[in-house]
Design a protein around this ligand. Structure first.
Ligand SMILES: [Mg+2]
Length: 176
């Protein structure tokens, strides 16, 4: 298998399904969130009310939140303001790990106590796994309209990867 690092440690349907208790059990003292299709609809400047509430709840529990997004600087800055003036790193150039390592430093936590939450295996999950952070994958909020052709391929690759991963795990179990 080409990418051994793309398998998420945890999986949820929506970011809002992840409870403070879940995060604490994972050992997360800080969470890095992706923007598109994880906290906001793809390419949108609108912050969904449920996302804002979730961020407030997590922060009230003493868990820090930072944005790590491949979007442009100004959009991450704008959404960060709306999320309650939270820090951000953008453009983050995921799957490179630099932003993840930088976030841990900025927030003063160890990488193993930083959870990265995102919808894409080959950017969000890979960068978290490679950096030694906790990878959490959520399902994309909505079908991407912008770059639809590109995303169709990305999602097909993700499905193929998950299928292959499970097949190989099954084989291991059978031969063990
Ligand atoms: Mg995304």
């Amino acid at each position: 298998m080409k990418y051994t690092n793309a398998y998420p440690k945890y999986q949820f349907r929506r970011i809002t399904d992840i409870t403070v208790e879940d995060l604490q059990k994972m050992g997360a003292k800080a969470v890095a969130v992706d923007l598109d299709n994880t906290t906001v609809i793809d390419s949108s400047y609108k912050l969904p009310e449920e996302t804002r509430k979730w961020i407030d709840t997590v922060r009230s529990a003493g868990i820090q939140v930072i944005i790590i997004s491949n979007t442009i600087f100004t959009r991450a800055w704008y959404l960060g303001k709306k999320m309650g003036d939270i820090p951000f790193i953008a453009p983050a150039h995921k799957p490179h790990t630099k932003a993840i390592r930088k976030a841990a430093k900025m927030l003063g936590v160890e990488l193993e106590n930083l959870a990265m939450i995102g919808d894409q295996l080959f950017t969000d999950v890979i960068s978290a796994n490679k950096a030694g952070a906790i990878s959490i994958r959520v399902e994309p909020m909505k079908k991407e309209k912008l770059f639809a052709g590109h995303f169709k391929k990305v999602r097909a690759r993700e499905r193929e990867y998950m299928k292959q991963y499970h097949n190989e795990k099954n084989k291991e179990k059978c031969t063990a």
